[in-house]
Ligand binder design. Structure first.
Ligand SMILES: Cc1cc2nc3c(=O)[nH]c(=O)nc-3n(C[C@H](O)[C@H](O)[C@H](O)COP(=O)(O)OP(=O)(O)OC[C@H]3O[C@@H](n4cnc5c(N)ncnc54)[C@H](O)[C@@H]3O)c2cc1C
Length: 502
């Protein structure tokens, strides 16, 4: 006991839970008394819309964190301390007010967060308060997986193979909380304040509860249980947006209402038994680690192409380009699968992974618009928005990324629709005006005889748009646009690709 610090403050950020929590577990092991706090950071909130669902998601998660802390501490007066202000200022003054010896938190490798954390560390050091930070958000981070020449990987498959060699059972182990929960300290009255309401934070209640998204730590556990029975169907179902195939845990991983280790512990035994579904799902979790380490090693990807030569590409500009972008955002492209996907995003804050690839490719390679526009729109709308994975996904689609699809691979939105929404079930859910179209014609209504369209109550240009772009023309234009980055090597790739298409 004599080696223990007197007290510590756990600063929650994107780890809004009280189980399997690296920083909280370490604080409880190292300190006699532990306080837990969250700051609604005005530096982040000021950029958001008043109706941002994610603020409400965080708010609901904090309610659960507080309830769990009360229970874990057996009602000894411990509660979650919540503040609203500039996080670096608030957390450092709270640490002084509580007279703690150390502040504990999880790594957050986004450039702005790293900047904030280094500021916090400097301020705390002036007051002789230590700053401990831990890996928690990913399974393997930063430089834990390197090539033989100690360089970061930039291609996924060799990264994954190396990842599978590096990972140890200990990396998946749960960080214990309950056993040491008696060290959770009563919140001093001078510090205690109730959770501010959404209105006090400057936000409004959103459609989150109507959408029935399971919230907080309880919601995440519920989703995981539901997915457990489907995990081995994942590879067969994950590409079809009308089927309940994926886990829908993205938003929970984003805000840390579930531990990534718990997910990996679920997949691991199935992976060891070579079960395909869980193995593919584990691979997706590894993609998440992959993109996080790409951001860590290549912070220039925020705003610039991973492959810098791709910044030479000239994107469409001016009023016509603006119009095309608005049509894409507002689900009015005239391509049913693209529009249904954008409706899903606009109405729910979620979009199926297959559709993220389709709409991203459409924006860049059909409309000729800068991938950064789409990236920013997703950042605003996605509940599970994560800088590293979102940037990775967009740069993959625009071919400018580390392990991206070749620039001449251009998804055909009609073929994608026929393949992945064969019966048009997903399209009909989000575009009810097309509900009477048959499964053959729903993918490209402009090709239908007018009589059949009339019969189905679809009037192009009135209740559903004409296509805003022609696939074949767009394809030809994109190949020209990308010629600026076309190297001998890429032409070689294209030859091979064309051969495989024959
Ligand atoms: C253009 C584009 C943008 C994207 N933006 C984001 C984003 O902002 N945030 C985000 O978490 N994912 C993003 N993805 C990846 C992926 O689409 C989502 O993670 C997934 O659809 C979330 O749904 P789920 O939780 O049901 O996933 P599941 O299929 O159940 O997968 C489980 C988890 O694995 C991770 N994962 C799955 N696929 C990927 C992937 N391709 N890259 C990285 N991680 C992955 C996610 O954390 C996901 O929650 C993007 C993909 C594209 C093509």
């Amino acid at each position: 006991m004599e080696n223990l610090l007197d007290s510590g403050l756990v600063w929650l950020r994107r780890d809004l839970r009280t189980t399997d929590h690296a920083a909280l577990s370490n604080a409880l092991q190292l300190c006699k008394k532990v306080f837990v706090a969250f700051v609604f950071d005005t530096e982040i909130l000021k950029e958001l819309d008043r109706h941002d669902q994610r603020v409400e998601f965080i708010w609901e998660s904090l309610v659960q964190v507080n309830t769990n802390l009360v229970q874990l501490s057996q009602n000894n007066g411990c509660s979650l301390i919540v503040r609203h202000g500039v996080a670096s200022e608030v957390i450092t003054s709270l640490a002084q007010q509580l007279e703690v010896n150390a502040v504990f938190c999880s790594h957050d490798d986004e450039p702005q967060s790293l900047h904030r954390d280094s500021l916090v560390e400097q301020i705390l050091a002036q007051f002789k308060i230590r700053f401990f930070h831990y890996k928690d958000h990913v399974l393997l981070e930063r430089s834990e997986v390197l090539t033989q020449s100690q360089k970061p990987y930039s291609v996924f498959t060799p990264y994954k193979n190396a990842w599978l060699k590096v990972i140890q059972e200990t990396d998946l182990q749960e960080f214990p909380i309950k056993q040491l929960a008696h060290r959770l300290a009563a919140t001093p009255l001078s510090v205690h304040s109730p959770l501010p309401s959404l209105a006090q934070l400057g936000f409004e209640k959103t459609a989150l509860s109507e959408l029935k998204i399971p919230l907080g730590e309880n919601g995440a556990q519920h989703l995981l249980q539901d997915f457990e029975s489907r995990i081995n169907d994942y590879s067969a179902t994950r590409n079809f947006p009308s089927i309940k195939g994926p886990s829908y845990l993205g938003v929970h991983l984003r805000f840390g209402t579930i531990s990534i280790r718990q997910l990996a512990r679920l997949a691991w035994p199935h992976y060891l038994q070579n079960k395909e579904g869980a193995t593919v799902w584990l691979s997706e979790l590894i993609w998440r680690d992959f993109y996080a380490q790409i951001l860590h090693h290549h912070p220039h990807i925020v705003g610039r192409s991973f492959k810098l030569a791709y910044d030479k590409i000239e994107w469409e500009q001016g009023p016509k380009a603006q119009e095309l972008f608005q049509a894409w955002c507002q689900a009015k492209t005239g391509y049913p699968l693209v529009d249904a996907a954008m409706e899903q995003l606009n109405q729910t804050g979620y979009m199926h992974n297959r559709l993220r690839m389709v709409v991203a490719s459409f924006l860049v390679k059909h409309l000729g618009l800068d991938w950064r526009l789409g990236e920013a729109y997703f950042a605003k709308k996605l509940n599970d928005f994560d800088l590293a994975s979102n940037n990775g996904g967009w740069q993959w689609a625009s071919s400018s990324g580390c392990d991206a699809q070749p620039y001449f691979r251009i998804f055909n939105p009609v073929t994608q629709s026929e393949k992945f929404d064969k019966d048009g079930k997903f399209i009909k859910r989000y575009l009810p005006q097309l509900a009477k179209l048959d499964h053959k014609n729903i993918h490209a209504p402009w090709l239908m005889p007018k009589m059949l369209l009339d019969h189905a109550g679809v009037v192009l240009g009135q209740n559903y748009p004409h296509p805003i772009v022609d696939h074949a023309q767009a394809r030809a234009k994109t190949l020209l646009r990308y010629a600026v980055v076309s190297t001998k090597n890429q032409l070689e790739q294209q030859k091979q690709f064309d051969l495989t298409q024959k």
